[in-house]
Design a protein around this ligand. Structure first.
Ligand code: CA
Length: 482
């Protein structure tokens, strides 16, 4: 009799464990929301000290989370930076150091499918995955977001887009009417998955609306979600809504005012997203990662203070970006993290957090930073963080290790050494004082450059001709110390 009772109890306990296991497993998987801005300057958000642009929603998340002062991307402009984020590797190693063209070239290229994106890994681990906004990672069918680990895609495949449908539709229709087969990607209709849609809202608002939709759907599906929300704002063309421009009437410079209003529209959208996460009770279990794909373009309204340089440069202003993590009770609140981290670290970090598996044979340059980050420790103690940008006939290089940074920028420039932590404006060249450190860092960067391959595509015909006519990448010249 006694034995029978115990058996019943055991059976009940087993039944309870089996029935609750999937729920427990599901709860333990965090939602991951990556909010990527395009060409957002280092100090163009309140949480990084902007004096004229207000970003209350982003600031609240940043201050309730951890702000990274030394977050880098792997390239100082759009396409290669995004390719690195998605693959966890430097784009030079798999032929993607150039932007994909937005018109006039063979628009069938894309990031090689052998470079499995982390979205694939998360999708396989049971995540509802979505990409919203700018893609810029490939035009051909095999490169479409739906074929690269994203269940849902809403946005545009090119490197940017005009913002007002009432304007870009007119331009697009006129080109169709004229029989133009080579239409600029910035004017093309947005798509949901592979179907064209008749978008009617200001693009930034449309992308925020779609993010809210996906958050609602994830709740209905009872699945953890991964969302890659890639706003094209505040990338050119500088186009803002009247209601947002009104907020910045105090800014005299027209470009800066429009740019500020575009950033504010993103911030407004982030507020809607946070509200939906809270309303659906997913906020507490969501890691929010906010960053920019490269530095701000100071010719078009951005401000990278105190960093030197602009988008495209291997100075800090080219590839050191604003970034924060937010996750209630998981990510330390009200903290700053000053050690170097890179966008290529997100791949292994997310895969680990999601309980997913790194695809077999996948090469990674980034590292899982999670436990070190929580402990306030440096993951990249002995690692170099690189940026190489190809110009016409020469290569610009920047590389940081711990506090030191080496830079070569310009056709006949000399190598310089800076203390990037204490001198982010790169004003005091230390190469004469520490020649040994300079040489070691240049040698290490040169060794890494041996992993680079010939680009698979070029952003324009001139770039392609230049590459072959001027013997690019000219690394012999680039890595020569004199
Ligand atoms: Ca960009």
């Amino acid at each position: 009799m006694k034995i029978r009772v115990n058996q019943t109890k055991l059976a009940l306990v087993s039944l309870f464990l089996i029935s609750t296991m999937p729920i427990l497993a599901q709860v333990s998987k965090p939602n991951i929301l990556v909010i990527l801005c395009d060409d957002l300057g280092y100090s163009d958000v309140g949480f990084n000290g902007s004096k004229d642009i207000i970003t209350p929603e982003l600031d609240k998340l940043a201050h309730d989370g951890t702000i990274f002062s030394s977050a880098y991307v792997a390239h100082p402009f759009c396409g290669p930076s995004r390719a690195a984020l998605m693959t966890g590797r430097y784009p030079h190693e798999f032929g993607a150091p150039y932007n994909l063209p937005d018109m006039g070239m063979n628009m069938k290229d894309g990031v090689p499918v052998e470079e499995t994106f982390f979205s694939n890994a998360l999708q396989q681990a049971g995540y509802y995955t979505s990409a919203i906004g700018k893609w810029h990672l490939g035009y051909g069918e095999q490169f479409h977001p739906n074929n690269r680990g994203f269940d849902d895609f809403y946005g545009f495949l090119g490197g940017g887009h005009d913002y007002f449908p009432e304007d870009f539709k007119v331009k697009y229709d006129a080109q169709i009417k004229n029989g133009n087969k080579n239409i600029y990607a910035y004017l093309k209709p947005l798509t949901h998955n592979k179907e064209e849609v008749d978008e009617k809202e200001y693009i930034t608002d449309a992308l925020s609306r779609e993010a809210v939709r996906v958050i609602k759907e994830a709740k209905e599906k009872q699945k953890p979600f991964f969302m890659y929300l890639a706003y094209n704002a505040p990338h050119v063309p500088l186009e803002a809504k009247e209601e947002d421009l009104k907020v910045f009437e105090h800014i005299q410079d027209k470009d800066r005012r429009t740019y500020a209003a575009m950033v504010y529209a993103v911030d407004r959208g982030v507020g809607q997203i946070v509200n939906k996460l809270k309303e659906t009770k997913q906020f507490e279990n969501t890691l929010i990662v906010f960053l920019s794909d490269n530095g701000g373009n100071i010719e078009h309204g951005a401000n990278n203070f105190p960093l030197k340089g602009t988008k495209g440069d291997t100075y800090e202003g080219g590839f050191r970006v604003p970034m924060f993590f937010h996750w209630p009770n998981k990510v330390p609140a009200g903290k700053r993290f000053d050690y170097v981290v890179s966008a290529i670290d997100l791949y292994p970090t997310f895969v680990k957090l999601a309980g997913a598996t790194i695809p077999e044979g996948k090469k990674l340059d980034g590292k899982d930073i999670w436990s070190n980050f929580l402990d306030g420790k440096n993951t990249h103690k002995d690692d170099m963080i690189y940026a190489v940008r190809y110009r016409f006939g020469f290569s610009d290089v920047g590389a940081r290790k711990e506090n030191y940074k080496i830079v070569k920028a310009g056709p006949n420039s000399k190598w310089k050494l800076f203390d990037a932590k204490n001198d982010p404006s790169e004003t005091k060249d230390l190469s004469g004082k520490f020649p040994k450190i300079l040489k070691e860092m240049v040698d290490e960067t040169k060794k890494w450059s041996e992993s680079h391959v010939t680009p698979l595509w070029f952003d324009n015909k001139k770039g392609e001709e230049m590459w072959f006519n001027t013997n690019m990448p000219n690394y012999d010249k680039a890595f020569k110390l004199d």
